[in-house]
Design a protein around this ligand. Structure first.
Ligand SMILES: [Zn+2]
Length: 314
């Protein structure tokens, strides 16, 4: 029902690449000398998610400044995952939780090995042993950051729009125009996000943006879907078109199960499957705490194998 029309990959060791042309800004239409800044001014995928090599030439400086607020919200929304996955942003790996708050997660590298330290105060921390399996369960509360859901949604929209082939752009005028003002609603109805995750040991700093276009013209399904994979997390949204989605009913859920091959630092690739997507509606403008209240670590003391599961806030 869908065909993949674009995929942009960023992996460690890839050469710098530039999308678009310096003729006019894709978003506000500005043109002329001086509006664009350095060639590496606008990151196509957020630098905080680990992008060092993919840049957009057709995003002006003024738009880039504005969009950084959207991207900041997106990174705050998944802050605990970035810490656990060890994604290096502009200033190293993020730390989740403010100094002085009741819980913090830190990431460090010690003698070449990644190490996480989790600190929690008060009575929120729970440790238990499952008597039947002998597995150790540790619940680690995550205070995390506050983010504006609509901004985070618009960050995903913007990244999808930055990758659209130019011939598609006239069908997305409304979405593009909504980026100009932080609070503007891009469309009516919920601002739905499908969010999935996978935990891999040493999650590699790999990113992929993928656009999927409806291939059956008669199908009443979204015209364009955008998927963003960033190491251990994966997002999907319905990138709404001005005129191609008129007969499409609101979708119940965005449920594409995504599998990927992530590059390993030592070479080769690691297969990874993301979980069934959790559904968020990110239409609110009121700042909210990031969507997960804790991680549960299940750990086998015999084999030292373990898994981490995020626990959503209810
Ligand atoms: Zn612009």
């Amino acid at each position: 029902m869908y065909e993949q029309i674009v995929q942009e990959l960023v992996e460690p060791g890839t050469v710098r690449r530039f999308l678009g042309e310096r003729t006019r800004c894709r978003y506000c239409g500005a043109s002329g000398p001086g509006v664009f800044g350095k060639r590496s001014n606008a990151h196509t995928l957020p630098a905080a998610l680990g992008n060092r090599t993919l840049f957009s030439l057709d995003e002006c400086r003024a738009c880039n400044d504005k969009f950084s607020l959207y991207e900041d919200a997106l990174c705050k929304a998944v802050g605990p995952f970035l810490t656990l996955g060890g994604v290096r942003g502009r200033s190293g790996v993020r730390k989740t939780g403010k100094t002085g708050s009741t819980s913090t997660v830190r990431h460090s590298v010690f003698e070449g090995k990644r190490r996480l330290s989790i600190r929690s105060e008060g009575d929120a921390e729970m440790v238990g042993v499952d008597q039947s399996t002998g597995m150790l369960n540790i619940t680690m509360p995550i205070e995390g950051d506050v983010f504006v859901p609509r901004y985070a949604y618009k960050a995903l929209m913007k990244i999808g729009l930055s990758m659209l082939p130019t011939e598609e752009l006239p069908m997305f005028r409304k979405a593009i125009a909504s980026l100009a003002n932080l609070e503007t609603e891009p469309h009516c109805g919920p601002m739905q996000v499908g969010f999935s995750y996978a935990f891999v040991d040493n999650a590699p700093p790999a990113l992929a943006g993928t656009l999927l276009r409806r291939s059956d013209v008669r199908a009443h399904v979204p015209y364009m879907l955008f998927l963003l994979m960033a190491g251990s997390v994966c997002f999907q949204i319905w990138l709404r078109s001005d005129d191609q989605d008129a007969d499409v009913p609101e979708v119940g859920r965005l449920g594409i199960r995504f599998n990927a091959q992530l590059p390993k630092p030592e070479g080769g690739h690691l297969p990874i499957s993301y979980c069934d997507p959790i559904q968020f509606d990110w239409s609110e403008l009121t700042p909210k705490l990031q969507p997960f209240r804790a991680f549960q670590l299940t750990f086998d003391p015999q084999t030292t194998e373990g898994s981490l599961t995020p626990i959503p806030r209810v």
